[in-house]
Design a protein around this ligand. Structure first.
Ligand SMILES: Nc1ncnc2c1ncn2[C@@H]1O[C@H](COP(=O)(O)OS(=O)(=O)O)[C@@H](OP(=O)(O)O)[C@H]1O
Ligand SMILES: Nc1ncnc2c1ncn2[C@@H]1O[C@H](COP(=O)(O)OP(=O)(O)O)[C@@H](O)[C@H]1O
Length: 175
């Protein structure tokens, strides 16, 4: 990896963002560089704990994460983000804040059906029962990105984590 860029994983809940971004962050650290993982789940417990999941709040959450990335870059730390980033307008905003050349967008592609089957935090089940409102894929939208909206796509459906890790390692070598 030549230049310090933000690596931004986006996709549905349960698609594998946290799993893969953690592996990616370890790869960077093993390479002797410093990275910092910004996971939507964690950010929402602190930096964004006053925000919900309506369209405006998601936009504000994503904006805050992008601004933190900008700061990390000034101290030469590679920001790794794992956030749903559901709308094209969210993705456009990140590009506006960070600049296209300073950003690698990775779409973690997995069907809603499979994410719901995995349901690692039982959130889909709660959303189906109406216990969680505005849940991405169930009661709120996810705008599937066109190919021009990302640099890489990792399909996690029908793949073992080990297979996805191999794909990530290949991707790492391209950066
Ligand atoms: N309504 C609703 N919709 C989607 N997700 C929800 C919701 N409520 C709580 N959660 C939990 O919050 C995590 C997503 O936060 P993000 O910051 O990544 O979302 S966003 O980019 O602002 O849309 C998401 O984490 P992941 O499952 O890792 O994606 C969930 O654990
Ligand atoms: N190929 C794969 N890549 C990533 N995760 C996978 C894969 N196959 C199955 N999984 C499982 O899917 C779930 C993804 O959860 P997580 O990484 O928290 O997703 P997200 O952060 O997108 O919500 C985990 O339980 C993980 O073990």
């Amino acid at each position: 990896m030549q230049k310090i860029k933000t690596i931004w994983f986006f996709g549905l809940s349960g698609s594998g963002k946290t799993t893969l971004s953690t592996v990616f962050s370890d790869m960077i650290d093993k390479d002797g560089r410093k990275s910092f993982l910004l996971d939507g789940d964690v950010i929402r417990k602190g930096v964004s704990n006053n925000l919900g999941f309506n369209k405006n709040d998601r936009a504000e959450n994503v904006r805050r994460i992008a601004e933190i990335c900008k700061i990390l870059i000034t101290v030469e730390i590679i920001p790794i983000v794992a956030a749903i980033t559901p709308y094209k307008s969210n993705r456009d905003k990140i590009i506006e804040i960070l600049g296209r050349d300073n950003l690698t967008l990775i779409y973690v592609d997995c069907s809603l059906e499979e994410c719901e089957k995995r349901d690692p935090k039982n959130l889909y089940q709660k959303a189906r029962m109406g216990e969680i409102k505005n849940f991405t894929g169930i009661s709120d939208g996810f705008e599937t990105p066109s190919a021009s909206e990302y640099n890489f796509r990792i399909k996690t459906e029908n793949k073992s984590i080990q297979q996805s890790e191999i794909e990530l390692a290949e991707l790492f070598n391209k950066l």
